[in-house]
Design a binder for this molecule. Structure first.
Ligand SMILES: *Cc1c(COP(=O)(O)O)cnc(C)c1O
Length: 355
């Protein structure tokens, strides 16, 4: 499982941007990790200078979207050390996605080792400024050259890194969601649970519609009844009702967020009551209107915990807690982000030290 490393020349290395210039996912580091799969086995894993891929126009991923990915972050702690957040959870989910998409799985230790070695080599790219991280994107694509609809017999697994700024440019302020009532994200028996590219392009239509109305995020309902709240864009969702926390159950159409699982554990540890139960959009709106639901927040790697201040559903908008950040949301955010950035002791053993 040794990883071959090909060092970049000084000319191949990029100018590093100032932390203040960072936005999400536009700049990539000097190296990538790659390994090819053919003849039913993985080849030599390599870390090489970042480079474009040359793909035949008939490469299967370009036609039928046999592709999976992961999203995770490396955090710099006050002592300068670098840590990943629960990387084995991403390895497990990557392999679940691989099975759903008829792709080969990756050895979990290699998955984590590849990230660790790559981040170690790129440690200067891990931002030092508060709230900034190095985003990690493991990806697998089908690379057989063929137009027939069948599982590819060749794959490329690669990892790229991107330094990213804080999600909240204006601080920890509530966002707004548009509830999609005509389109759906995932249906029972479909691929909603897999992190596969094809789940995202069909959501762009609703996202555009939401943006035009001034809502940066879409909230999805279940595909069968268009009634139960599922999740938001690339984040799971939680509600505080009468002081207790509710989140939709994992029923196969919702992505199994690692932040979601961690916030459930954290909330229980902090003494909150948390329920995994379906909640209908109409019940939710009733509870927002009578004040019993006074906090809603979204959870995911990109934005950790995002408070939600306004919901738009079928032509009406509803304010949650007067668009102020709620107490429980703030408490969970401070704890989670505190652990991730090494400001609070990691009592769950979630952080995985890179060097
Ligand atoms: C990645 C993702 C999430 C969040 O998962 P995390 O592991 O917490 O980052 C939620 N929903 C969707 C659709 C996603 O793609």
């Amino acid at each position: 499982m040794d990883i071959e490393i090909q060092l970049a020349t000084e000319e191949q290395k990029k100018q590093k941007p100032a932390d203040s210039e960072l936005v999400f996912g536009k700049i990539f580091t000097d190296y990538l990790f790659e390994v090819k799969y053919e003849n039913e086995r993985w080849g030599t894993p390599k870390i090489v200078p970042y480079h474009p891929f040359i793909l035949d126009p008939a490469t299967t991923v370009l036609h039928y979207a046999q592709e999976i990915f992961e999203g995770m972050k490396a955090f710099r702690h006050p002592d300068g050390s670098i840590h990943l957040f629960r990387p084995y959870k991403n390895a497990e989910r990557f392999n679940r996605s691989a099975e759903r998409m008829s792709m080969p799985t990756v050895n979990k230790d290699l998955f984590v080792k590849a990230i660790t070695e790559l981040v170690k080599l790129e440690n200067e790219w891990v931002p030092n400024s508060p709230g900034m991280t190095l985003y990690i994107r493991p990806t697998m694509i089908a690379t057989e050259v063929a137009l027939g609809v069948h599982p590819s017999d060749k794959y490329l697994y690669y990892i790229i890194l991107s330094p990213v700024g804080p999600y909240f440019k204006t601080g920890f302020t509530p966002t707004k969601v548009y509830v999609a009532s005509t389109h759906i994200r995932a249906a029972p028996g479909g691929t909603g649970e897999a992190k596969t590219g094809g789940n995202y392009s069909p959501t762009l239509w609703s996202q555009q519609k939401a943006k035009a109305l001034g809502y940066p995020q879409v909230l999805w309902l279940d595909a069968v009844e268009r009634k139960y709240v599922e999740e938001a864009g690339a984040m799971n969702i939680m509600f505080v009702i009468d002081g207790e926390i509710y989140t939709p159950p994992l029923d196969g159409t919702i992505l199994r967020g690692i932040t979601r699982a961690s916030v459930i554990e954290l909330a229980e540890d902090l003494g909150y009551v948390i329920h995994e139960e379906p909640i209908s959009i109409t019940d939710l709106i009733d509870k927002i209107l009578d004040g019993s639901c006074n906090e809603i927040f979204c959870v995911g790697t990109a934005a950790s915990i995002t408070p939600l201040g306004e919901i738009f559903y079928k032509g009406e908008s509803y304010l949650v807690n007067d668009c102020e950040v709620g107490k429980i949301t703030q408490h969970l955010y401070d704890e989670l982000v505190g652990i991730q950035f090494g400001k609070i002791p990691d009592r769950f053993n979630w952080m995985y030290k890179v060097q």
